[in-house]
Design a protein around this ligand. Structure first.
Ligand code: 13P
Ligand code: SF4
Length: 303
């Protein structure tokens, strides 16, 4: 048996022994995607975390995702194989910063992307992901003002789609802003028949070149359903592995510069094994923070 299969065998055994489930985000490396009990986007994985009967959740993603699982599942042990995997966009907003903005707009509804810390979530009326951001903004029919944090590009896109003016934060995803219109145009020239899907964390000029702006799970659904046999994919490179595996007859192309989120690449099979062996690294949101944050997260999961 080769090293990789040995590792997978050990992970499997320990997973059963510890009653653990492995949740994996669509941007993780292929080896980790292959051992997932559930592979998905931020919304899907939050929903799975809230429903699982497992005692332990090994979350292969970034810190805010594990925190969200901890908020939803106070009685489960939530582990991250590498606790240093953060989300730079989530780190661009603090609870204090958001409080200041709320003081300037005391009657505004407050919507926050799930890419935020648990502390920031305590200040939100509701969380959203890129899957449901448009519906959630539309659900605040009577709000005179809406604060939307922290991604200014998602806010711009949602504002354009809903016709609602949003008070946005100045955050952004360092991986998605590196995708430039010329990177998409170059691929379109090489593959003139291809459809283009991009993540709404991309800038508006990039979104303007796309047939659809979708969450990672939305892109997986689109790839299955479309008649197109070639798709240019404007998001983190990890998603292409899943797309190709699920649609072997179709061709997927990244933008001409491959977008990589270094934080999403920190996990390895070894780290997953060590995580189960030593029950580390536990992510536990303090109870006083959790009870304030749960309202916004719960509303998102039910929306
Ligand atoms: P999804 O919710 O679409 O998976 O996106 C999460 C994320 O971090 C995108 O950069
Ligand atoms: Fe955060 Fe961007 Fe990485 Fe997603 S891709 S986890 S938004 S830095």
């Amino acid at each position: 048996m080769d090293k990789k299969n040995k590792l997978i065998g050990k992970i499997d055994k320990l997973k059963k022994k510890k009653k653990a489930v492995i949740l994996v985000h669509n941007y993780q490396i292929p080896e980790i995607q292959d051992i997932a009990d559930y592979l998905g986007d931020s919304l899907g994985l939050s929903r799975i975390a809230s429903q699982t009967n497992a005692r332990v959740i090994v979350f292969c993603g970034v810190h805010f995702m594990a925190e969200t699982a901890s908020i939803l599942c106070p009685n489960k042990k939530v582990l991250m194989p590498d606790v240093n995997a953060g989300c730079p966009m989530a780190d661009m907003i603090t609870k204090e910063g958001l409080r200041t903005l709320k003081r300037e707009h005391p009657h505004a509804a407050v919507i926050g992307y799930v890419n935020t810390s648990a502390e920031v979530k305590t200040e939100l009326d509701i969380c959203c992901t890129s899957t449901n951001a448009i519906e959630i903004v539309n659900s605040f029919k009577d709000a005179k003002e809406i604060i939307f944090v922290p991604d200014r590009y998602l806010a711009h896109y949602v504002s354009k789609k809903t016709g609602r003016k949003l008070i946005a934060w100045d955050g952004y995803c360092p991986t998605h802003v590196k995708i430039l219109p010329e990177h998409i145009l170059k691929q379109k020239k090489l593959h003139p028949e291809a459809k283009v899907v991009v993540h709404p964390e991309c800038t508006q000029p990039v979104i303007d070149l796309a047939d659809e702006a979708l969450s990672t799970e939305g892109m997986c659904k689109y790839a299955k359903l479309t008649d197109a046999s070639e798709i240019i994919v404007g998001t983190e490179i990890g998603l292409l592995y899943r797309l190709q595996k699920e649609n072997p007859r179709k061709k997927f192309y990244p933008p001409s510069v491959e977008p990589v989120c270094p934080n999403m690449k920190m996990n390895t099979l070894e780290k997953v094994l060590w995580s189960l062996e030593d029950m580390k690294y536990e992510v536990k949101v303090p109870e006083d923070v959790r009870i304030k944050a749960i309202k916004a997260v719960d509303r998102m999961c039910r929306a």
